[in-house]
Design a protein around this ligand. Sequence first.
Ligand SMILES: [Zn+2]
Ligand SMILES: [Zn+2]
Length: 346
Amino acid sequence: MSPHRAVAAVPRWDVLTESAAGLYCPPGDFFIDPWQPVPRALITHAHGDHARPGSAAYLCTVGTAALLRRRLGPGTSIETIDYGARMAIGGVTVSFHPAGHVLGSAQIRIEGPDGVWVVTGDYKRASDPTCEPFEVVSCDTFITESTFGLPIYRWDATAVVMRDILAWWNANRDAARASVIFCYTLGKAQRLLAELAPLTDRPVYVHGMMLGMIEAYREAGVPLPEVKQVIEAKGRSRASFAGELVLAPLAARGTPWMRRLGAISDAFASGLMRVRGVRRQRAYDRGFVISDHADWPALLQTIGETGARRVLATHGHAEPLARYLRDEGLESGIIRTAWEGEPSGD
Ligand SMILES: [Zn+2]
Ligand SMILES: [Zn+2]
């Protein structure tokens, strides 16, 4: 365990503290989303940068457990808790509340002798037919994600983005090209499928790597339209995917798998596509700005609604957000994360 890291303007670390393995709660003797194996891990959601393998025991929501069992394999000790249920652990009481990010995603509320802390994990305020909507939880200290914690990040309404996707798909059909949308396998793919369902009668194809998580969502009771798998159809002409829409994981980009689709136009569905330089650098034909994270206005709105006196930012643009909040008169700081890669589910 590393000593408490000094973060300016954060005088006390009673309920949660930073440790070498991640956020630690001394009175409850558990970790939240640890990046190293620990005896007891409370997990906000099933994305790989939050749910790491190897811990002796996990506690998470029912929806997250359905995804974690697939990701971490059988034999993993996973205890589930319903949204809103209170559980005493050591000297604190914990409860999980919807974060609106992906299936099962939760904010973790910790009530101790010195007040109430909330750890958001990843969250969004936009509606999403595949998960419970975000719930505002009043607290004294709010640990917020800040993946898109810059004023440039502002999302359009989902309906507007879906209209753009349909128009692009139609234009590609007219040009006899396949439309390939790259997106995250856990969360974004299911959200796009659910949003597309009422808008089209045409089938949507998916890369085989996406089937497992789509099935997990279905098993958890999330209604999703039928999908067709892009398989190596022997004897099928390459033109057979002309006009079709295909969802694919980022890992499939540039692989031989792409060749069977024939002529394509490709796109990336992510909040990162808000930045023109990123679109150009990644060289997608199109970028659809649809994110499973809160944008800048939603971060500020949420922070205000919690009534928190102290706000700690983590993940992504933590420093700019903390600085902004300090200028606004709030007590604020940042929490370091060991995760150096791109955020998953962005
Ligand atoms: Zn996430
Ligand atoms: Zn994350």
